[in-house]
Write a protein that binds this ligand. Structure first.
Ligand code: CA
Length: 438
C-alpha cells in the first residue's frame, strides 16, 4: 500500500486537539465507529478526530462525501462501507482528510459545514462497529503457543502442525461486546487435577488475552478462495480484542474439539476501526523464521507479504483493581508487546481461512490470537505472566494476582509510532469484571 497525502505527518487539522502529540486520533488516523449522541436516537457512523466525532450521516446529508460512499455512510453499521472495497475506502479517507485538514479546508462556508458535523466524543455512546456475522480466533503468536504448550506438555510444547498451518477455531459473534461493557465471571465445569469428578461453579481462573482483530472487507463467494496476493485488499481495518478466557473451564473442556464455553461468554473489542490504509506507514517485514523452520506452503507465500505483511504496532495491557480505583491510583501496565512478533501475518490468516472455499463476509472478524513476544513483559495473558499462578504478579499497592479478581478492570491500548510518520492509536478496549450472577 502506497503512502499519500493522508499520511503526511506535517499536515494538521482545524480540530485543534487532533494536533496534540499524544492523541490517538490525529488527522492521519481517521478511524471509523458507530455512535449515538444528543437527541438523535439512531446509531450513526462517525470518524474519530482528536476528542470529537465527525458525523458521517450529517456529512452525507450535506453532500460532502464521495457519491460512491454516501449510501454506506448513512447506515447504522460499517458493514456496507466494508463491502465497498479498497477504491471506495481510499476515496472516502482522502475526502475526510481534505475536509478535516487545516490547509485543505480553510475558514469559509465548507469549513462551517464541516464544523457543524462535529460532536464531542465525551458525550457519545459507542456501539459495536459492525454486525459481526462470523468470528474466528487464530493462534498466531509462536511465543504464546510455546508458553501455553510448555505448561500443558513440557516435553512437547509446540505441536508439529504449528509452523505449517495457521491454527484457529470458530468463535462466537453473539457475545462480542464493545469496550466499556462489564463482563460477568462465568460459571462452568471445573475439575482440579486431583479431584475425581468436576463440579459446576464460578470460574476461579479468569484471564484476559491481548489480541488484535481484523475486520473483513468485501469477502469472497462460497467455493472460492482469496489468493494470498489479493488478501490484503480484503482487510478493512483493525481493533483491539480482549478474548476473556476461563482457564479452569478451558483445561477440562478443550480436548478433543478445542475451546468452547471457556471462551464464548464475552469478547470485548475497541469501538474505533483503524483502517489498513491508516496503518500503511507502519508496515513491517513478516516475522523472520529461524533457520530450520519450514517455509510457508506456496498458497501462504507471497513476496510482498514477506516484505511488508507485518505491522509495527505496540500493544499493551493495563489493569486497575477495585482497591486501586478506590484509592485514586492510576492503572498499571502489565504487558507491552509488538505485533511484529506474530508468526503469521493477517493476510496469511485470511488467505488460509478461504483456502478451502470458505466464504468470508463484510464485517466478519478475525482475531490474531494472544499477542506475546519473546520477553517476559511481552506476555499477553495472565496464564503466561504468572505461569498458571505459580508466579503471582505483585501490584504496586501490594495486591497480588494469579488470575483476575472481581472488580478488576482490564484496559488494552495500541499505538503505532515511527520516525517520519505521525503517531496513531487504536483507542482503548476496556472491561470491568463483575461477580458471577446470583
Ligand atoms: Ca484467543
Amino acid at each position: 500500500m502506497t503512502l499519500n497525502q493522508t499520511h503526511d505527518p506535517a499536515r494538521r487539522s482545524w480540530v485543534t486537539d487532533a494536533n496534540d502529540e499524544a492523541t490517538d486520533f490525529p488527522l492521519q488516523n481517521l478511524p471509523y465507529g458507530v455512535f449515538r449522541s444528543g437527541p438523535v436516537a439512531t446509531p450513526r457512523l462517525g470518524v474519530a478526530i482528536g476528542q470529537s466525532i465527525f458525523d458521517l450521516a450529517a456529512a452525507a446529508q450535506f453532500g460532502l462525501l464521495p457519491e460512491s460512499t454516501t449510501d454506506a455512510c448513512r447506515q447504522t453499521s460499517l458493514n456496507d462501507l466494508m463491502a465497498l472495497g479498497a477504491p471506495g475506502w481510499s476515496a472516502l479517507r482522502s475526502r475526510l482528510s481534505e475536509l478535516l485538514g487545516a490547509d485543505t479546508c480553510p475558514v469559509g462556508p465548507l469549513r462551517l459545514r464541516a464544523e457543524s458535523c462535529l460532536t464531542p466524543m465525551a458525550g457519545a455512546t459507542m456501539f459495536l462497529p459492525a454486525h459481526i456475522g462470523d468470528y474466528t480466533d487464530f493462534y498466531a503468536s509462536i511465543f504464546h503457543a510455546t508458553n501455553v504448550g510448555t505448561m500443558l506438555r513440557p516435553d512437547n510444547p509446540l505441536l508439529p502442525n504449528y509452523k505449517w498451518v495457521p491454527i484457529g477455531y470458530h468463535g462466537r459473534s453473539s457475545s462480542i461486546v464493545v469496550s466499556g461493557t462489564p463482563v460477568r465471571r462465568p460459571c462452568g465445569q471445573l475439575k482440579p487435577a486431583d479431584a475425581p469428578a468436576p463440579v459446576f461453579g464460578p470460574c476461579k481462573n479468569l484471564d484476559y488475552e491481548l489480541e488484535l482483530a481484523a475486520f473483513v472487507g468485501p469477502g469472497n463467494p462460497l467455493g472460492t478462495s482469496v489468493p494470498i496476493a489479493q488478501a490484503a485488499q480484503q482487510l478493512f481495518g483493525v481493533v483491539l480484542l480482549n478474548d476473556w478466557s476461563a482457564r479452569d473451564m478451558q483445561t477440562w473442556e478443550y480436548q478433543p474439539l478445542g475451546p468452547f464455553l471457556a471462551k464464548n461468554f464475552a469478547s470485548t473489542i475497541s469501538p474505533w476501526v483503524v483502517t489498513m490504509e491508516a496503518l500503511a506507514p507502519f508496515r513491517a517485514p513478516a516475522f523472520v523464521r529461524p533457520a530450520g523452520d519450514p517455509a510457508p506452503l506456496p498458497y501462504l507465500a507471497d513476496a510482498a507479504d514477506q516484505l511488508s505483511g507485518g505491522l509495527d504496532l505496540t500493544l499493551e495491557v493495563w489493569i486497575a483493581t477495585a482497591q486501586m480505583r478506590a484509592a485514586g491510583a492510576a492503572a498499571v501496565r502489565l504487558t507491552s508487546g509488538n505485533f511484529q512478533t506474530m508468526y503469521w501475518t493477517l493476510t496469511q490468516l485470511l488467505a488460509h481461512h478461504t483456502s478451502n472455499g470458505c466464504n468470508l463476509r463484510p464485517g466478519d472478524l478475525l482475531g490474531s490470537g494472544t499477542v506475546s513476544g519473546p520477553a517476559k513483559d511481552a506476555r499477553g495473558c495472565l496464564l503466561e505472566l504468572t505461569w498458571r499462578g505459580a508466579e503471582p504478579l505483585k501490584l504496586p499497592n501490594g495486591e497480588e494476582r494469579k488470575f483476575l479478581a472481581d472488580g478488576d478492570e482490564v484496559i488494552l491500548h495500541g499505538y503505532a509510532e515511527r520516525a517520519g510518520a505521525r503517531r496513531i492509536g487504536l483507542g482503548e478496549c476496556r472491561g470491568l469484571v463483575l461477580p458471577t450472577a446470583d
